[in-house]
Design a protein around this ligand. Structure first.
Ligand code: SF4
Length: 245
């Protein structure tokens, strides 16, 4: 009988047994990694962070379409928002390459989110997500990618007339803080919260009422070895040191 061999010459049966034996070790390592990253997020100011299975991330084209119609005031203004992001179809492709993800939240009084202090909270959210992404890369997951909420143009480059990446083909001014908005990829945030086991609370704008309840803002970090693209530099945050470049 001819032994079936892998590309590197190892008999396939032996590799299969070895992989099976290695699995508990990998699972333990993954758990430890996720737990450390969740702790990083909390230390940086997140209320909580929870691991989820990337298969639980729901991507909806209709949600991404809302950036264009009704038109968001940040539409087209930065590399992190449509039409300059790759959108739902590409995100679904990326997801196939990931086995681990972390959802991060900051609980905030609704009143704050409906006030001028909102931007400060959203900046913190981006910074936490980018920090967790950097920690994941340090821990040996080079294809990790972070996403947050809100446009980086408004949050980080409000005083500039342009986004340096899209308008001048230059480098992002805030590569260690700014991350793409989940909205442009159609990420269903309610489902993320559910997957993380958290209550969904939203600040309701335009009601004229500010109740004293809490709301949450959310970020997502995909943690992985391979990003599902041939050229990782093309992915949002794909070049970890210099996202968007
Ligand atoms: S330069 Fe960077 S932070 Fe500023 S708007 Fe462009 S992508 Fe966002």
């Amino acid at each position: 009988m001819v032994a079936r061999v892998s590309d590197d010459g190892e008999p396939k049966e032996r590799r299969s047994i070895r992989n099976h034996m290695d699995r508990p070790v990998h699972e333990e390592k993954s758990k430890a990694t996720l737990s450390k990253l969740a702790e990083c997020a909390r230390l940086a100011g997140a209320t909580d962070a929870a691991p989820i299975d990337p298969a639980e991330i729901l991507i909806e084209d209709d949600l991404a379409d809302l950036c264009r119609q009704p038109r968001c005031r940040n539409y087209g203004l930065s590399r992190s928002c449509p039409p300059h992001v790759e959108g739902p179809g590409t995100f679904r492709q990326w997801l196939k390459a990931y086995r681990q993800a972390l959802v991060i939240k900051i609980d905030v009084p609704s009143e704050i989110l409906l006030s001028g202090a909102r931007d400060e909270v959203m900046r913190l959210l981006h910074e936490i997500a980018a920090g967790v992404e950097a920690a994941a890369v340090e821990m040996g997951f080079p294809a990790s990618k972070a996403f947050a909420g809100g446009s980086c143009k408004m949050l980080f480059c409000g005083e500039h007339p342009d986004c340096r990446v899209i308008d001048r083909g230059g480098r992002c001014r805030h590569p260690k803080q700014a991350r793409p908005s989940m909205s442009g990829f159609g990420v269903n945030v309610s489902k993320l919260m559910q997957a993380a086991g958290w209550d969904l609370k939203r600040a309701t704008q335009g009601t004229g009422k500010h109740d004293d309840s809490m709301a949450a803002v959310t970020a997502l970090v995909l943690i992985g070895l391979h990003g599902g693209r041939k050229n990782e530099r093309d992915a949002p945050g794909g070049n970890r040191a210099q996202p968007y470049i």
